[in-house]
Design a protein around this ligand. Structure first.
Ligand SMILES: [Zn+2]
Length: 282
């Protein structure tokens, strides 16, 4: 898909089942069909896709969220998962070609692919030449939660492997609420889901797209304002979500969902009952 001069790809790691305690397990579409009967998938919200985003403009290759990273480690038991390496390969890229990494937040289903364990059992940055952009608030909140041994329902923090990024000075800790990564690529802190949760706005030549992270994980969350127990601050989350959706509607923007199974991207429209809906763009 193109947004102005940017080429945008959703890199899918596949479909996973997520349990209350945060455990994640690989699933296949046939298992989901058996259990829930598509399109009733919406009822079984414990099935999630993992879809990092690749943004290219010919000079820069920006990756937004790094996924679970299964199979990246030396001697990993996950041999058949599609991870960043296999997904980038489709576009003729290697992790070394990535110029910037943006992390919406540090929950492990969004950030674990940022590093891998090499042949010498030493942790290495997966994207060796990139800086990793995240909110300063997110880093310190994740450190605090980890130190307290505190975990909320859903995927939590597993920072062990990310300390290496800090040690190698690869982290860029953003303090601004809005931050221009590159001309046309803006990072916006929304908070809510976590205090330092951020989304990405891509804009060029009158076209706009939003990568929403866990602010709006999938198309099924568009009209869903229930206080989610996964959010650290559900009120802040609701506020940010209302603002962004209003703005996106005005801008005729494409929404990109990280946890969608199928309709991963679409233009926001209002349907007859004034609810948000997605217009397919493919
Ligand atoms: Zn999360």
């Amino acid at each position: 898909m193109n947004i102005g001069r940017f080429e945008i790809e959703q890199l899918s790691e596949g479909i996973f089942e997520i349990f209350e305690d945060g455990l994640i397990q690989k699933s296949t579409l046939s298992e989901i069909k058996e259990e829930s009967g598509l399109p009733g998938v919406k009822e079984s919200s414990h099935y999630i896709g993992i879809n990092p985003l690749l943004i290219r403009d010919g000079k820069h290759n920006v990756l937004v969220d790094t996924g679970l990273g299964w199979g990246l480690d030396h001697r990993s038991s996950y041999t058949d998962t599609s991870n960043l390496l296999t997904n980038l390969d489709i576009f003729g890229l290697t992790p070394a070609d990535i110029t910037h990494v943006v992390l919406s937040h540090l929950h492990y289903d969004h950030a674990a692919g940022s590093t891998y364990v090499d042949h010498n059992t030493s942790t290495q940055p997966t994207m060796s030449y990139a800086n990793y952009f995240l909110q300063k608030k997110e880093w310190y909140f994740a450190l605090e939660e980890t130190a307290r041994g505190h975990q909320r329902p859903g995927a939590g923090y597993q920072l062990d492997e990310l300390y290496k990024l800090a040690a190698e000075d690869k982290l860029v800790l953003i303090t601004d609420q809005q931050f221009e990564l590159l001309p046309g690529i803006q990072i916006i802190r929304t908070g809510g889901h976590t205090p330092g949760h951020q989304i990405v706005k891509i804009q060029d030549a009158g076209e706009t797209a939003y990568f929403l992270g866990d602010l709006i994980p999938s198309e099924f969350h568009l009209n869903h304002y229930a206080m989610r127990k996964m959010d650290v601050n559900a009120v802040e989350s609701k506020k940010a979500k209302t603002l962004i959706l209003r703005q996106a509607l005005k801008e005729n923007a494409v929404l990109l969902f990280y946890h969608s199974l199928h309709a991963k991207a679409g233009k926001l429209v209002l349907n007859q009952s004034k609810k948000f809906a997605l217009k397919d763009i493919r």
